[in-house]
Write a protein that binds this ligand. Structure first.
Ligand SMILES: C[S@@+](CC[C@H](N)C(=O)[O-])C[C@H]1O[C@@H](n2cnc3c(N)ncnc32)[C@H](O)[C@@H]1O
Length: 203
């Protein structure tokens, strides 16, 4: 293994990385969805516990309806696609990882879901305003990117709109909440195995 391979993170674009497509299935209330995943994307072999906890907590609070939601750092599209399928929301998904975006498009098609998929570094190519933003932020990309995603969400949310995210206690959940409280009304709506699910209302 070369040093470059060792340093490779899931959020970088490496077109030379060998493709080894795999399928992951997910069931929610009898609805089964299938996700294609690959080398070079986050949580390539199984759905991430933090993302699943975020999604299942979100479903406890939300009903089907006419909502616009943005999934930031969508990876292969797990959260956005399940939300579109189960709640019927108008979904936009964005990420910097081209392979993840390609998979997200493929997964929309495979699961018969319509969603917009946009290549974007944080919100660089996002121009719309949403009712909701959901994210499992890329902790390994560093604090500037994570805080960029969380802080700048406000500029893409309606007043009263909500940012939903997951963060582990040992990755700075409490200091992140403290930081965001200047801009949002924050509430920890679920805690499990060191993962915090946070709802931050744009005020
Ligand atoms: C923890 S993963 C979550 C993936 C997916 N939402 C899921 O739940 O499986 C974070 C995602 O953020 C993306 N990411 C990293 N840096 C980013 C940036 N600057 N702008 C947008 N997305 C970024 C990564 O490519 C990765 O897909």
């Amino acid at each position: 293994m070369k040093l470059g391979d060792f340093l490779e993170h899931y959020f970088t674009n490496n077109e030379n990385l060998k493709s080894e497509l795999r399928k992951i299935t997910y069931k929610y209330n009898g609805t089964e969805l299938t996700f294609f995943s690959d080398n070079g994307v986050f949580s390539k072999d199984k759905l991430d516990f933090g993302s699943s906890l975020l999604l299942e907590t979100f479903f406890k609070f939300k009903s089907p309806g006419n909502m616009k939601i943005l999934d930031v750092g969508c990876g292969y599209g797990y959260m956005g696609i399940v939300i579109a399928k189960i709640l019927g929301y108008e979904v936009t998904m964005c990420d910097v990882n081209k392979r993840a975006l390609h998979l997200a498009e493929k997964n929309c098609e495979h699961n018969k879901v319509t969603a917009q998929v946009i290549e974007s570094n944080i919100y660089s190519n996002i121009t719309d305003i949403y009712d909701l933003i959901i994210t499992n932020p890329p902790i390994r990309a560093g604090k500037d990117v994570v805080y960029g995603i969380l802080d700048e969400a406000r500029e893409h949310l309606k007043v009263g709109g909500e940012l939903w995210f997951v963060i582990r206690k040992d990755q700075g959940a409490k200091s992140t909440i403290k930081h965001l409280e200047e801009k949002y009304n924050c509430e920890v709506v679920e805690k499990s195995k060191g993962f915090y699910i946070i709802r931050a209302e744009n005020r």
